[in-house]
Design a protein around this ligand. Structure first.
Ligand SMILES: Nc1ncnc2c1ncn2[C@@H]1O[C@H](COP(=O)(O)OP(=O)(O)OP(=O)(O)O)[C@@H](O)[C@H]1O
Ligand SMILES: Nc1ccn([C@@H]2O[C@H](COP(=O)(O)O)[C@@H](O)[C@H]2O)c(=O)n1
Length: 208
């Protein structure tokens, strides 16, 4: 584990190959409840939650040279170039010290997927897919009230289109490899979590 170098930040030591982490990708449309359910999984199953969107928003706030580009992309609902997002994810995993990660909102397109695989050599254990109607996601996003610049109807519609055109094909790719665990995310939070929990709980296999 890295040593503490400043307020709450740890040095990123070693390589991902050494860490060899367990990774679960958490995908679903904007507002499908990925972040909400990840918080529950973290509490019960010891994963660390890394939201690609949160990491990008933190990068804007940090005054990084990429800040303006990232901010413009998010306002337009567009996908930030993979090298930027992957560097943030790699750094967050190495700084963290855990070896079990929920990677939320990534990979968002084929470029994200292929670049992550090429750079990190990590294959996800499985992909949690929160399936929810556009009507319900729109209602949730417009009611979220977190001051996000992309939670307005114009950007929400763009984000839905990007999800349809670019993110669903990634889910289809993992589905063809038998890796997708699809959840009906249109139900109340507690009901959705019951389904999520069943996926993470060790199976009670019968002895012979
Ligand atoms: N099952 C649910 N029923 C009703 N509201 C929900 C449910 N799950 C989450 N919400 C609410 O909907 C909003 C969006 O949820 P959340 O932030 O978890 O979605 P997300 O998929 O992470 O969104 P994004 O991709 O935009 O970051 C939040 O205000 C959250 O409290
Ligand atoms: N892999 C990603 C993930 C996110 N973005 C950008 O951030 C926006 C917000 O993402 P949330 O998951 O927090 O909803 C998203 O609309 C993209 O602009 C990205 O580029 N790449």
């Amino acid at each position: 584990m890295g040593e503490v170098v400043d307020a709450g930040k740890k040095e990123a030591n070693g390589s991902l190959a050494d860490l060899n982490p367990t990774v679960v990708f958490v995908l679903g449309g904007p507002g499908s409840g990925k972040g909400t359910q990840c918080a529950n999984i973290v509490r019960h199953f010891g994963f660390t939650h890394l939201s690609a969107g949160d990491l990008l928003r933190a990068e804007i706030k940090s005054g990084s040279e990429n800040g303006t580009m990232i901010s413009n992309m998010i306002k337009e609902g567009k996908i930030v170039p993979s090298e930027v997002t992957i560097k943030l994810l790699e750094r967050a995993m190495l700084e963290n010290g855990n070896d079990k990660f929920l990677i939320d909102g990534f990979p968002r397109n084929e470029e994200n997927r292929a670049a992550f695989e090429a750079v990190t050599k990590i294959e996800p254990s499985f992909v949690l897919f929160f399936d929810c109607s556009d009507e319900e996601m729109e209602r949730r996003l417009l009611g979220r009230n977190q001051g996000r610049e992309d939670d307005n109807i114009e950007t929400i519609r763009k984000r839905f289109k990007v999800f349809q055109d670019s993110s669903l094909p990634v889910i289809e790719y993992y589905n063809s490899k038998g890796k997708v665990r699809k959840i009906d995310a249109g139900r109340p939070v507690e009901e959705v979590y019951e389904s999520v929990k069943a996926i993470f709980e060790p199976k009670n296999e019968k002895a012979d």
